[in-house]
Design a protein around this ligand. Structure first.
Ligand SMILES: Cc1cc2nc3c(=O)[nH]c(=O)nc-3n(C[C@H](O)[C@H](O)[C@H](O)COP(=O)(O)O)c2cc1C
Length: 182
């Protein structure tokens, strides 16, 4: 399986990093795109650079509209945008396609593939909610970064893994990141 992952400058860079590592560990071919702010927040929150992702993913420059994931003929099983900022949410809701991340998301939708968007902001405005509704109506799965406590996480890693497990569930991928209630 091959998936695209977009990571923006919303808080929660650990979600993107954990997802990419988990997908790679499951044998998924990962094609990752970070926005400029995505890179900065990754450094700020996790102390990591894109170089640390190269064992797990093909990493593209967000300005590279010639990249494989910009084209519908490059077959993927879908895309996840995690964490998704309100800026990128709005750009995707208008099918802007001005950078690689939003172009790849638009391609995912137009090709009828699964797009999981994980918005991270609170509180949210009517504009944010309208953009989420627009994407949901276009076929995206909107999965807010709202980690559950039902699996009784004892650490931040366990909390994060619960959220990442939900994303993997969204692609039908078997994993052991958290134990559901059956
Ligand atoms: C440390 C930090 C945390 C941020 N957290 C959020 C957030 O949770 N949600 C959000 O929508 N924007 C957040 N922002 C603002 C975005 O980074 C900003 O709107 C940026 O333009 C997003 O650009 P991008 O969508 O191209 O990544 C944060 C910024 C910083 C510096």
């Amino acid at each position: 399986m091959r998936l695209a992952v977009g990571v923006t400058g919303a808080s929660g860079a650990i979600y993107g990093y954990t997802l990419i590592k988990a997908l790679s560990g499951l044998g998924v071919e990962v094609h990752a795109v970070y926005t400029d702010m995505g890179c900065k927040v990754l450094a700020y929150e996790c102390g990591l650079t894109l170089a640390e992702l190269t064992p797990y993913a093909v990493v593209y420059d967000n300005s590279d509209l010639f990249a494989a994931v910009a084209s519908g003929s490059f077959k993927t099983g879908g895309m996840v945008v995690v964490p998704c900022s309100m800026h990128t949410l709005g750009a995707m809701a208008t099918a802007s396609g001005r950078d690689l991340l939003t172009r790849a998301a638009d391609v995912t939708l137009k090709e009828g593939r699964r797009l999981i968007v994980v918005p991270r902001e609170t509180p949210v405005t009517a504009i944010h909610l309208t953009n989420m509704l627009t994407l949901a109506q276009a076929g995206a799965v909107v999965m807010p970064a709202a980690p559950a406590f039902t699996h009784k996480p004892g650490t931040v890693d366990e909390l994060v893994n619960g959220m990442i497990g939900k994303i993997l569930d969204g692609f039908g991928l078997e994993h052991s990141l958290y134990r559901g209630r059956g």
